[in-house]
Write a protein that binds this ligand. Structure first.
Ligand code: SAH
Ligand code: SF4
Length: 359
């Protein structure tokens, strides 16, 4: 199905020709949708009748089901429905320096990580490149700030859908004008996908979800570890860093009494030695999810873990409980809708913010 943001420039040209529009409309339409990042309806350089024709010929792929905005306005979250009824989530995070969109790459996820709301719900299907790119553009339409960063940290495992994700990365870079360095692909450790991304021409940022320093523990959290153990995952990250000359980030969801001991930090630091550009570890306090009993450690314990990593020469950041941290909650909005669709009280919003229903 050709949707508004899956159509290439030549496809837009063919469509306009079929609608009987003159050639110069191609540049107007392309510039409006991609360079200006404006909604079709705002492209007043195009006659109203042509916009109506295009609206029918180039349908949007995503229909909003729920939109939430935090009370300070800095974070917005969408639950979308696709043409075949799949549901996916997108988050927009605004700060003074950047506007970041967190996109989903699949409806659901087949990887089954125990602590993740998306993993608990299972896999529905891959998203195509148009559906991925449209999440960024639709979030852009909701803010006057120019979207500068995209992270693939929503629902799904991007490197299990590598063709569509690479096509989306290309469009985000070439058509939407986002710097490749500002595009981050987060993977649970799909080694062949990591190696393929390393060969891709775009120097995008790679984030690897590690969560544990040893295979015995990681297997209990990330089933894929049985196929691609930690050493293979870190080797692939090492190769990525060497080929791209870019520092790789490692994500680590901190769970009290499970993976937060100082000696686990020391082991992690040892395993991450020798990566080109050094290693960067992002500590994410666990976001409790329905079917998982774990809780986040207290702040003091996370800081102690961070200090051990830093002492061993690893760059470390601790995510706050809002902002980027909300990525980790991807899958939770859909889970909540599925279990209690009427639960739209303002307190349920991101950061206790407002909840707005969209028809
Ligand atoms: N599938 C990819 C990208 C999507 S998940 C991946 O796993 O990397 C994005 C990040 O959120 C991952 O680091 C994931 O481990 C983390 N995450 C998922 N559920 C979480 C939770 N309940 N609490 C904290 N982090 C979580
Ligand atoms: Fe999938 Fe990532 Fe969730 Fe694991 S953490 S189930 S790979 S979305």
């Amino acid at each position: 199905m050709t949707t508004r943001y899956s159509a290439s420039r030549p496809q837009l040209a063919a469509l306009l020709a079929a609608e009987g529009a003159p050639q110069y409309r191609v540049a107007q339409l392309y510039d409006g949708l991609w360079t200006q990042r404006a909604p079709l309806d705002d492209l007043t350089t195009l006659p109203k009748a042509l916009r109506a024709q295009l609206d029918r010929a180039l349908p949007l792929a995503l229909t909003p089901v729920v939109v939430q905005t935090s009370s300070d306005g800095a974070t917005s979250k969408w639950l979308w429905r696709t043409h075949d009824g799949a549901q996916v989530e997108t988050v927009l995070m605004l700060s003074a320096e950047r506007a970041t969109v967190c996109v989903s790459s699949q409806a659901g996820c087949a990887m089954g990580c125990t602590f993740c709301a998306t993993g608990q719900a299972g896999f529905e299907r891959h998203l195509d490149a148009g559906e991925i790119v449209e999440q960024v553009v639709r979030a852009q339409h909701a803010t006057t700030q120019r979207v500068s960063h995209v992270v693939f940290m929503g629902m799904g495992e991007p490197l299990a859908n590598v063709d569509n994700v690479c096509a989306a990365l290309e469009r985000l870079n070439r058509d939407l004008g986002l710097s490749a360095r500002h595009l981050t692909v987060s993977t649970v450790g799909v080694v062949p996908g990591m190696l393929r991304l390393a060969q891709h021409e775009l120097p995008v940022t790679l984030a690897v979800s590690l969560h544990a320093p040893d295979d015995a523990l990681r297997e209990t959290m990330v089933p894929l570890n049985r196929r691609y153990p930690i050493a293979a995952v870190i080797d692939a990250a090492r190769e990525y860093a060497a080929i791209k000359g870019r520092r790789v980030t490692f994500e680590y969801a901190c769970i009290a009494g499970v993976n937060d001991r100082p000696e686990q930090a020391d082991l992690l630091a040892r395993r991450l030695r020798g990566l080109r550009g050094g290693a960067h570890v992002n500590l994410i306090p666990l976001n409790p999810t329905g079917a998982f009993a774990g809780v986040p450690p207290d702040r003091e314990r996370i800081n102690r873990f961070a200090a051990h990593l830093a002492g061993a020469g690893v760059t470390v950041t601790v995510r706050r409980n809002r902002g980027v941290d909300i990525d980790a909650a991807c899958g939770q909005l859909r889970a909540r809708e599925a279990s209690a669709p009427a639960n739209r009280d303002p307190g349920a919003g991101v950061g206790g913010g407002s909840v707005r229903m969209v028809p």
